[in-house]
Design a protein around this ligand. Structure first.
Ligand code: ADP
Ligand code: MG
Length: 345
């Protein structure tokens, strides 16, 4: 187990030259020692910029970055002692796997015997023990990325920063490497900061997720917190699916997750704490363990209901039903502009 380190970002703002609005807009974030923190958001929302600010590749116009309470805002990247992995493997093509991984240790003047031991250890960690003498071009994309991971952790940096490291891989390989990254995090016990635009990947891997939009963090929380209690329409839409309806007070919306929408016959009586909306079934499809029912609500909104255990009502496409949910399972969120305004103050 390695020593665990915290990262603190305070009021970070970054304008790229000539840009009218900042790529990072007054962001503050605490990353706990040993935490797996994910930056999740659409393309262009500022994830790479903030990761590059932590790495030291991109400077700040305002704000600061600290590791373990020590200000590193003006420290050169190679002095920060952070491991970095990007989407492109960036291995040295003329060096073997062993030499690639040994490189950062050589740079630091580590002894030959110690290099031998450490490279062996990380090769085992990424399960490439038999590939030490291959060249990068003799490896698959997934294997190359595992070498890049091994090289990034071999000198025991204070944290590992990963920018969409699985983005170039096909779905099957991505799923496998996701599990390997999770295992690496467990075994190393190191702080990981991981960038992705893929909500499933974020939900699978993270201790906490920071949801980015427009250079701001909309919400930070555990996967469960973000799914159960999104603070905005943006977060609700970005993580999982929801039924979205107009709220009773101005600037609010009510969301209900599909697994909490039950379908009843239009004439059914409701329980005391049940709410409902008339809907027409637009689609029914099987999704493994449950039935996915597409809905058109009477107000014009579209919706989705997930029903487990078969189709007891013999529902059919085109049928009029009552979409029913319990008050406890509805969640009121502010409109996004109001969340952004609130996070300013
Ligand atoms: P993400 O990683 O979430 O896709 P980025 O951090 O790469 O987002 O980009 C945030 C914003 O900054 C985008 O509007 C992007 O066009 C802009 N941007 C990113 N890198 C540069 C750069 N080197 N020069 C100018 N603008 C940039
Ligand atoms: Mg990016």
């Amino acid at each position: 187990m390695m020593k665990k380190h915290s990262i603190k970002i305070s009021n970070a703002t970054r304008y790229y030259p000539g840009a009218a609005k900042p790529a990072i807009d007054d962001i503050s974030l605490d990353i706990a020692p040993g935490e797996f923190m994910t930056f999740l958001g659409p393309s262009g929302s500022g994830k790479t910029t903030l990761l590059s600010i932590i790495a030291g590749f991109v400077g700040l116009n305002a704000g600061s970055v600290e590791i373990d309470g020590q200000d590193i805002t003006n420290l050169k990247p190679h002095k920060r002692d952070l491991g970095v992995v990007f989407q492109q493997y960036a291995l040295f093509p003329h060096m073997t796997v062993f030499q690639n991984i040994a490189y950062p240790l050589r740079q630091r003047g580590v002894s030959r015997a110690e290099i031998e031991t450490r490279v062996k250890r990380v090769l085992d960690l990424v399960q490439l023990g038999d590939f030490a003498h291959r060249l990068p071009r003799q490896l698959s994309g997934g294997q190359q990325q595992r070498v890049a991971l091994a090289r990034a952790v071999v000198y025991e940096p204070r944290a590992l920063l990963l920018d969409e490291p699985l983005g170039a891989l096909d779905k099957r390989l991505r799923d496998r490497l996701q599990l390997e990254i999770a295992r690496m995090h467990r075994e190393l016990g190191m702080t990981f900061v991981f960038v992705t635009h893929d909500q499933e990947e974020a939900l699978t891997l993270s201790d906490r997720i920071a949801v980015f939009n427009n250079g701001k963090i909309m919400q930070v929380g555990t996967p469960t917190e973000l799914y159960r209690s999104p603070n905005s329409l943006f977060v609700a839409k970005f993580l999982g699916e929801s039924n979205i309806m107009e709220g009773s007070s101005r600037g609010t919306n009510v969301i209900v997750r599909p697994e909490h929408i039950h379908l009843k016959m239009p004439t059914s009586k409701l329980g005391e704490n049940e709410l409902s909306k008339a809907a027409r079934i637009t689609e029914i499809s099987f999704a493994g363990a449950h039935l996915k029912v597409g809905l058109a609500f009477s107000g014009g909104e579209t919706g989705l209901s997930l029903i487990t255990a078969g189709n007891p009502l013999q529902l059919q496409r085109g049928e009029e039903v009552l979409a029913v949910w319990s008050r406890a399972n509805q969640h009121t969120v502010m409109n996004d502009d109001q969340v952004a305004a609130a996070s300013k103050s």
